[in-house]
Design a protein around this ligand. Sequence first.
Ligand code: FAD
Length: 444
Amino acid sequence: MSTRSLRVIVAGGGIGGLCLAQGLHAAGIGVEVYERDAAPDARSQGYRLNIEPVGSRALHDCLPPHLWDILVATAGDPGPGMGVFTERLRLLMREDDPPPGLGPSERTHAVSRITLRRLLLAGLDGVVRFGKEFTGYRQNADGTVTALFADGTSATGDLLVGADGVRSRVRRQLLPHAGQRDAPGVGIGGKLRLGDETAWLPREMSSTKNMILPKRDFLFTAVFRRREGGAAVAERAGDRLRAAGLDPDLLIQDMKDDDYVMWAFVAHRNELPPEPPVDLPGDLPADLPGADGRRLRDLVTSRLADWHPDLRELIGRTPADTIERFDFAAAATVRPWPTTNVTLLGDAIHHMPPVGGLGGNAALFDADALRRALIAVHRGEQELLPALAAYERAMLRHGFGAVRAATWYLRLAVLRSRAVRAAARTFFRLCGAVPALRRAVFSD
Ligand SMILES: Cc1cc2nc3c(=O)[nH]c(=O)nc-3n(C[C@H](O)[C@H](O)[C@H](O)COP(=O)(O)OP(=O)(O)OC[C@H]3O[C@@H](n4cnc5c(N)ncnc54)[C@H](O)[C@@H]3O)c2cc1C
């Protein structure tokens, strides 16, 4: 069987675009990534990313083994299954631990975004081009597609992949009718460094993921605690990295970062004051997006009056410069479209509220599914368009399934009916008490 040479143009070098590029590059398929940012570290990469087994499998399959190994070694252990508590820290339920004996590609990892980005870029010199803002595309009579960039340059290939995130320009041109649904939540998140001075934190808060389901609002906490220190990783894997032409010091540089607990407070948009409330310390401006970390922290604290003191301390002691506000949006479901030589992956097609930490995992799922489809084309086992059509079906099913799940979690978080909240708490308490029910609801 003869192989088909392919040239794949990827617009956007985020999690999904780079994971795809790694997988295609390793398979000997021609790939070029065009990223708008001027340089790899042009933007702060924010919080840790929770990688679920679906994302772990994709990374395992797309990354060369030595990079996957470093990813696992530098990741944090997210702890046993998630706990669900009341605002007074009464345990309602704890998810069961994953079954013993699972390999790293079947497990959950808390990954530093900076490290993930460095690993996804490793070995792709010449593949990823920075400072290239995609502006539009042209489909040519010979079956190729040309991507156009703001600097006046262009790139022509057999396939264009829009991996350019929430405000995707590729999506806007390919699917101008694709819209988004209102997501009524507002999220405010921060990071508290773990150390001797946080010994007062309840064990659950410093060792695992937790959901706090109070009578109003919602709090999520997760811990980023590394499995292995930087020196140990450098010692164990340094030679293999150097042999692959990679600089171990650069790759594990951010391992000097501290371990931390991150929290995300979520409230219904209409529950937060539209005007500066008189009883808040600091003058909260009407335009919340412009508010600084201290004002956001004051705002969250003002909502926690009857919460457990340890939860109030967690928010109150969080440095203001780590506190940010997040706007939530969810892509409206898109029906399948006639497949052409332009496709999409990740947030570019199915963005979702970050509640539940599913978006990055869905982008990784897409990258791996598209990689498999293109390998089949490259090997001459399938034609390009049928392979892409099958990819798009799987991607839409999985991606919009994740959008529905994230939207459901958000609805639960911002529920305003006290009666329904009480029912939700009873439901979790019941799941906590009845293992068979818990397994039936949370086993996947
Ligand atoms: C606070 C927060 C916490 C989250 N936590 C989690 C979590 O724990 N787990 C999880 O799975 N997900 C999480 N997510 C979601 C996750 O970050 C996204 O779903 C994921 O980054 C999507 O990957 P992507 O590759 O599709 O898009 P992105 O990572 O957004 O990458 C898009 C890339 O395209 C580039 N780009 C944009 N426009 C252009 C253009 N015109 N030309 C060229 N390049 C362009 C951008 O610069 C960017 O590099 C979280 C999100 C937030 C906001």
